[in-house]
Design a protein around this ligand. Structure first.
Ligand code: BES
Ligand code: MN
Ligand code: ZN
Length: 497
């Protein structure tokens, strides 16, 4: 999908289809009345007969019958104007493009970036629309014999009176959405294709083309570094583990880097504490945290942001085998903390422990990890928010705000000392499963033991994978977190911390 900006008016735009935003409380806005007249009253008729009211999620397709250069006008409901946000534009654009899947409109033009919404700048509006256009037409066909090219090949954003600002937003939207689509590709690849070695090679390739420094540790180096958590999980697999390091240090030397850590579990069988077979194939997505962090640094580099950013990815499979870890085994993490492995399916926290401890070598401004960590987080928040945990209130609030602004909700969860009591072990410092209740929180409490710097943890178990397509999210890998984290990095590093 190409996204471009046009100085033309919506009516004159060179496109097969026009996507026009309609607020439910402004269905008779002057520009809509003009369009309605050209369309011989099709919009007002649909409003009168209740076929279309401008409610969020609604669309109305009208044939222009030669009254405009475009073949079709697609009205898209945006709901009440006062309640609108940038996410309204993203969902509107997504719903519009989804609704014309079989309409044969190869190019569309839209006025959505010119819609004025309180608190949304022209840059942010344009970015939102560009992102949604790219994210909506994404399909994963790498492994299909027959390829499915995107049903819409180009989206033109009508710039209105803020052309240069719209161009800035579009450029950002393209960089962020393309990175998120790359993350989706990685998530959608099956475990036999996307091994730790393959993930590291993809990271290297991406780093080379974006001028990011990249180092990859092999099992010998991982052992030398004493990454005991990663080694423990990897010992049951025939696939060698990797520890991926990406560095984009383009900010002022005096600024400490932000370090992002992503869970790179390329397939999670549960190990000896094996998972039930129903839906186990979804565990190929257990590297979504890694994919999101890799895509975040890719977008940051593509935008040439002057920030100091490091991404760390411990990567392995979790397999049952004669060499696998057993319940009751004890491993020593890079932090020196000893960990009793009560359940081999709680493996994410074991490998993240080493990533978090390694992050301390950078004397970081802050450390943020992202992981498909717990089913308990899905129980708590469902599919519409990722869990947010942390040791530093400012950091947590900055992440929450970035999530809110980008339509990737991050919802703060408590991390009181009582939860830390739940992971005390009889034989080691901590155990990898907490006593009953609060499973997402006790997992966070486990991670907390391995970092000293301001730290936050994002649990994306419920948000990394989408079962049923909705607005700009197709089925499969979501590429979750990329938009929120790019916004966070920019705000945090930009504020001079
Ligand atoms: N990768 C899973 C978590 C997960 C569950 C991700 C559902 C996506 C969807 C993680 O490694 C895991 O197995 N966690 C266990 C922990 C438990 C054994 C303490 C879980 O949540 O059941
Ligand atoms: Mn697991
Ligand atoms: Zn897992």
């Amino acid at each position: 999908m190409k996204v471009a900006v046009t100085a033309a008016s919506l009516h004159d735009a060179k496109a097969d289809g026009l996507v026009v935003g309609v607020f439910s409380d402004h269905v008779t806005a002057p520009h809509l009345r003009a369009l309605d007249r050209l369309l011989k009253g099709a919009l007002s008729h649909a409003v009168k007969t209740d076929a279309f009211s401008g409610k969020g999620g609604q669309t109305l397709a009208v044939d222009t019958m030669g009254s405009l250069p475009a073949r079709k006008v697609l009205f898209v409901g945006l709901g009440e104007k006062d309640k609108a946000t940038a996410e309204t534009l993203r969902r509107g654009m997504g719903n519009a493009l989804r609704s014309i899947k079989r309409a044969g409109l190869a190019t569309v033009a839209t006025d959505l970036a010119t819609v004025s919404i309180k608190g949304v700048t022209p840059e942010a509006a344009a970015q939102a629309v560009a992102e949604a256009a790219i994210l909506s037409v994404y399909t994963f066909d790498a492994l299909k014999s027959e390829k499915t090219p995107p049903h819409v090949k180009q989206t033109l954003l009508v710039a209105g009176k803020h052309e240069s600002r719209v161009r800035v937003g579009v450029r950002r939207g393209i960089a962020v959405a393309e990175a998120a689509c790359w993350a989706r590709d990685l998530v959608n690849l099956p475990g036999n294709a996307l091994t730790p070695t393959y993930l590291a090679d993809e990271a290297k390739k991406m780093a080379r083309s974006h001028k990011i420094a990249c180092t990859v540790f092999d099992p010998a180096r991982i052992k030398k570094e004493k990454m005991g958590g990663l080694m423990a999980v990897a010992q049951g697999s025939a696939e060698p583990a990797r520890f991926i390091i990406l560095e984009w240090l383009k900010g002022p030397k005096s600024h400490r880097p932000i370090v992002l850590v992503g869970k790179g579990l390329t397939f999670d069988t549960g190990g000896i504490s094996i998972k039930p077979s129903a839906n186990m194939e979804e565990m190929k997505t257990d590297m979504s945290g890694a994919a999101g962090m890799l895509a975040t640094i890719r977008a940051v580099a593509a935008l040439n942001l002057k920030v100091n950013l490091v991404v760390l990815v411990p990567s392995t499979e979790n397999m049952p085998s004669g060499t696998a870890i057993k319940p009751g085994d004890v491993a020593t993490a890079l932090s020196g903390v000893t960990m009793e492995i009560v359940n081999t399916d709680a493996e994410g926290r074991l490998i993240l422990a080493d990533g978090l401890a390694y992050a301390e070598r950078y004397k970081p401004d802050c450390v943020v990890d992202m992981a498909t960590l717990t089913g308990a987080c899905v129980v708590a928040l469902g599919l519409h928010a990722s869990g947010l945990f942390g040791s530093d209130e400012t950091l947590v609030e900055q992440l929450r705000a970035a999530g809110e602004a980008t339509g990737e909700r991050l919802w703060p969860m408590p991390l009181w000392p009582e939860y830390e009591e739940q992971i005390k072990s009889d034989v080691a410092d901590i155990k990898n499963v907490g006593s009953k209740g609060g499973g997402a929180i006790t997992a966070a409490a486990f991670l907390k033991r391995h970092v000293k710097s301001p730290w936050a943890h994002i649990d994306i178990a419920g948000t990394a994978y989408n079962d049923t397509p909705r607005h700009y999210l197709p089925k499969g890998g979501v590429g979750v977190g990329v938009r929120a984290l790019v916004a966070f990095v920019e705000a945090r590093a930009g504020s001079g911390k």
